[in-house]
Design a protein. Structure first.
Length: 69
């Protein structure tokens, strides 16, 4: 995980070795025991979640959160 602090946003980058892309963010069952993480992160971001990666090297998911003043 990498955190990048700018004057108005916090950028969070999370890398994992899995080659498959994250499951599309949908409205998960609020009572479900799993599957809500990306939905929660997406609700807090000021830009769409971004995914970068290629075959055999894993992927990085990037979230941009606004800093409150």
């Amino acid at each position: 995980m990498t955190l990048k602090l700018f004057s108005d946003v916090l950028v969070i980058e999370v890398w994992d070795a899995a080659e498959h892309r994250p499951i599309e963010v949908t409205c998960a069952d609020t009572l479900a025991e799993s599957g809500r993480g990306l939905g929660i992160v997406d609700a807090l971001t000021v830009a769409p979640l971004m995914t970068f990666g290629g075959r055999g090297i894993g992927k990085t998911v990037v979230a941009v959160l606004a800093l409150s003043r």
